[in-house]
Structure formats: structure tokens, C-alpha cells
Design a protein. Structure first.
Length: 85
């Protein structure tokens, strides 16, 4: 992972950070050999499942695809307003 950090070292500007994150996501996505659109479908389905149990704060859900020790990790962040249970 340090090699990727060094290769894609960019200034701390917002556009640069966004571009770096997109590049990392594309690399991990490519290594996983996911068909086009599958990751987006997965994100929508995960959001729907969490929304069954919690009220979510609109437009705050984030997904991050990272590589850790040669394995991929999908990290999902949801801002929960309250439980529906």
C-alpha cells in the first residue's frame, strides 16, 4: 500500500484528493474483475437494506473500495438518524 501512496502522491487540494481516491478505486475494481455496474448495484442494495432498519441522513452515504494486504475491502459509511425498530 505504501507503494501506491508514493505513486499517487498528490497535493492536498480537494480535486487532487478526489482524483487520487477515484484512481485507487478504479485499480481495486479492476483487480476484482467486477463487471461494469455491479459495484453500483451492490451499493444501492446495501443502502436499501440499511434503510429498512434506520432512517438515513440524505446524501451522506459513502462507499470506499480499498485494498488491504492483497485483499479488497468495501467500506460503507451511513449517517444514521434513528432506528426504525
Amino acid at each position: 500500500m505504501q507503494l501506491l501512496d508514493w505513486l499517487f502522491k498528490v497535493p492536498n487540494g480537494t480535486a487532487a484528493v478526489t482524483a487520487k481516491d477515484r484512481m485507487r478505486t478504479m485499480l481495486v475494481h479492476d483487480r476484482l474483475e467486477l463487471p461494469a455496474g455491479k459495484l453500483e448495484v451492490l451499493e444501492e442494495e446495501l443502502t436499501a437494506v440499511v434503510a429498512r432498519y434506520f432512517d438515513l441522513e440524505p446524501d451522506t452515504t459513502r462507499f470506499d473500495l480499498q485494498q488491504m494486504d492483497r485483499k479488497a475491502a468495501l467500506i460503507a459509511n451511513f449517517r444514521l438518524v434513528r432506528s426504525k425498530c
